[in-house]
Design a protein. Structure first.
Length: 722
């Protein structure tokens, strides 16, 4: 510390600002002789706490003289007023302002000692039943442990933001894990990457070439590649990415090679060759892909136990009854392919009759008294499947019965699904891990019918399952191409197919015979998006009878003035201009009514990456909120709010499997890195009743022209083609 630094001690009178990650605070500190405003990158503070802050006096341009703290040592309050403020701040679940005062009035300055050593005595105070006392004891234990971790992290130069997550992951062994191998954090704790773990490790004295550091760095390169959809990395690219991250020179690559060889000998990684190129990856990824290929082969090679009269079924399709919808030739072929092969794929764009095909297939299977199940990757996709077919449908996760206690699916190769025919919709969304879990849980006797649009973006998770299965030619498949007359009246569908063929979308005036459900707004300046949105919400959208929450904005990326982060904050204030109670987290205020999205799979809460819900309730005392997914309420503590983002606007990738009444798509040259045909095609096909494409014509032209700008590195296709 700088010798000029000063230490002042006092009691936290009032917290003016506290970042949700617990890393920055502004508060009023009262000392025996004066009071002042303290600000700085310090751990969370609570009103009533006694603190020693070390730093220096500064003069704020707007607020005058303040104390800027570099370190903060927190102590439990000792005065009665301090204890009341501390307990009333909501730091301990089950105790709010009123109960805090009751407890301090009854137990005096021994209240924290009572909670620690004699919690049963809390029953002496009215309103403290068994459930509340148990909540208080657990919260106090967590608070104490989290505070210890916060101090540890601060001493090691890392933000205390992750203290609650670390304690939740490791429990009482958290400090031992941090001291022994902090690189475990990068794999074990969501939201903590290699750089944070590395910062802690280096402050603990880990050297730059420590074997644990090199192993963690190599693994992180593979994890970063998986976040981009790749299951493997070219050998040359592996070191290109690892060296700068690990601050190693080219001369030190032999150290990485040695570290990689150790991981290889331990069975953690694998090397593969395609032609003359060597690829490297995690053994877990390779085994998952291999298992998907083997399970496809297992299903295909096992004869069907069901004796179906295929000829009679074909005649039913060819000559339908007067009350039945006639299928075109490709649809008939699709139904027969699903009936005659153990594994099949039906693919096609919007309006080509995939749903009609599935309904007909279901009617034929019902007559055979077969056990048929329907599923899709997300809740929204399964709900839409259920509505369109009239048959019950589940998410894949619910079908496989995830067991939160054991962190795995109950249905697997040892406890297979009881099903004769499984129909899976929106397969383009299924990543390699979910595909593996689903396939291994299918009995060899089952038929598997996969439905999806292979021209959409691939899954958010790693792999390119649908495309790989189709291109392997190992799975019987049928592509539907004819657009039905009813679908031809929708300009959304017409333009989706035009984009897919590399053609610019039509305007309503250029296609007067279609429904005007598509609008193009030419705009060259992204900063004008808010002006357009204001006008659209008060004009066109309102005039057509849509509510503000019917509208979903889809952008290519998160950052920038045309990114989802900026758009979400603007839309939130546009839709809800009035003041509402809120909880702040990393620059976002969550209010009742807000549309939010879950951005990671949370099996404990049974909510998954891409699920959209609405904030039902905000509890500023307990620092938690309740989100409703459908009609199911889910609680989030403040430390878990990094799993949620505002969802008035989302990335196009996150919209897969969803449909919205109104979709607005801003597309500008600042998005040029991500612009490609399947991105625009996917965005357009999310709109049910109205699509508004806004942006620069040259950006749209670039997206239409660019096909598969980045292919994913997988080996599933070659594994199936063997």
């Amino acid at each position: 510390m700088n010798q000029a630094n000063e230490i002042i001690s006092g009691t936290v009178e009032r917290v003016i600002f506290q970042s949700a990650d617990g890393g920055f605070a502004v508060f009023v500190l009262v000392t025996p002789s004066f009071s002042t405003t303290v600000r700085g990158h310090i751990p969370s503070v609570r009103e009533g706490q006694e603190v020693d802050v070390e730093g220096a006096w500064t003069v704020h341009q707007k607020f005058g003289k303040q104390f800027f703290a570099e370190r903060c040592l927190q102590r439990m309050p000792t005065s009665l007023s301090g204890l009341k403020k501390y307990l009333g701040s909501g730091v301990i679940k089950g105790i709010g302002k009123a109960y805090g005062e009751k407890l301090v009035d009854y137990f005096g300055d021994r209240i924290l000692e009572i909670i620690e050593n004699e919690p049963h005595r809390l029953h002496e105070v009215g309103g403290f039943g068994e459930r509340r006392v148990a909540m208080i004891v657990e919260s106090w234990k967590t608070q104490r442990a989290t505070a210890q971790i916060m101090v540890f992290l601060q001493e090691k130069g890392a933000s205390p933001a992750y203290a609650a997550k670390i304690y939740k992951q490791y429990g009482d062994s958290a400090l031992n894990v941090l001291s022994d191998n902090p690189y475990r954090l990068a794999n074990d704790v969501w939201g903590i990457g290699f750089s944070i773990a590395d910062s802690i490790a280096q402050n603990l004295g880990f050297t730059r070439t420590d074997e644990r550091r090199l192993h963690a760095g190599i693994s992180f390169v593979f994890s970063a590649a998986a976040a981009q959809g790749h299951l493997y990395v070219e050998k040359s690219k592996l070191w290109e990415k690892a060296c700068p991250m690990l601050e190693l020179s080219e001369d030190e690559i032999p150290l990485l090679e040695k570290a990689y060889d150790i991981l290889l000998a331990q069975g953690h990684v694998i090397s593969l060759h395609d032609k003359e190129v060597e690829y490297r990856g995690l053994m877990a990824h390779y085994k998952t892909e291999k298992a998907v290929a083997e399970n496809c082969t297992r299903l295909l090679s096992t004869p069907s136990p069901h004796r179906l009269d295929l000829e009679a079924m074909y005649n039913t399709l060819r000559i339908p009854r007067p009350t039945e919808i006639a299928l075109n030739e490709d649809q008939q072929k699709g139904v027969m392919t699903a009936l005659s092969h153990k594994v099949s794929i039906i693919t096609g764009g919007p309006g080509t009759g995939k749903t009609t095909l599935v309904r007909k297939l279901l009617s034929l299977l019902e007559k055979e008294n077969l056990n048929v199940k329907l599923c899709a990757p997300t809740g929204r996709a399964s709900k839409r499947l259920m509505e369109s077919t009239g048959h019950f449908a589940l998410t894949i996760h619910r079908l496989l019965e995830f067991d939160p206690a054991n962190k795995r699916f109950s249905k697997d190769e040892y406890n297979t699904l009881k099903v004769d025919v499984l129909i899976v919709d929106e397969v383009s969304m299924v990543d390699i891990f979910l595909a593996h879990s689903l396939l291994q849980a299918l009995p060899s006797s089952a038929h598997l019918v996969m439905i999806g649009d292979s021209d959409q973006l691939p899954s958010v998770g790693p792999g390119n399952v649908l495309r790989d299965l189709l291109e392997s030619k190992a799975i019987p498949s049928v592509r539907l191409t004819e657009i039905f007359r009813q679908a031809q009246s929708s300009l959304i569908i017409v333009n989706a197919h035009r984009i897919n063929k590399g053609e610019f979308p039509l305007s309503p005036s250029a296609s007067p015979e279609t429904t005007p459900d598509f609008i193009f707004l030419k705009e060259t300046e992204a900063q004008n998006i808010p002006t357009h949105l204001k006008r659209l919400f008060s004009g066109e959208i309102k005039r057509r009878g849509f509510s503000p929450l019917d509208v979903h904005v889809l952008a290519p990326m998160n950052r920038g003035i045309a990114g989802t982060q900026t758009l979400n904050l603007f839309l939130q204030s546009l839709i809800y201009p009035a003041e509402r109670p809120s909880i702040a987290f990393r620059g976002t205020n969550f209010h009742p009514g807000d549309k939010v999205m879950q951005i990671r799979n949370n099996y404990d809460k049974n909510v998954f990456n891409g699920d959209i819900g609405f904030v039902k309730e905000v509890d500023t005392t307990e620092q938690m909120l309740i989100v409703e997914y459908g009609e199911r309420p889910v609680e989030y503590e403040i430390s878990e709010l990094d799993e949620l983002i505002l969802a008035y606007a989302t990335t196009i990738h996150k919209s897969q499997g969803s449909e919205y009444p109104v979709v607005i798509i801003p597309l500008f040259m600042q998005h040029f890195i991500l612009l490609q045909r399947n991105l625009l095609y996917t965005a357009l096909t999310r709109a049910q009743k109205l699509c508004i494409l806004m942006g620069e014509p040259r950006a749209i032209a670039m997206a239409i022209k660019k096909v598969d700008a980045t292919s994913r590195i997988t080996f599933l296709q070659s594994m199936l083609s063997l």
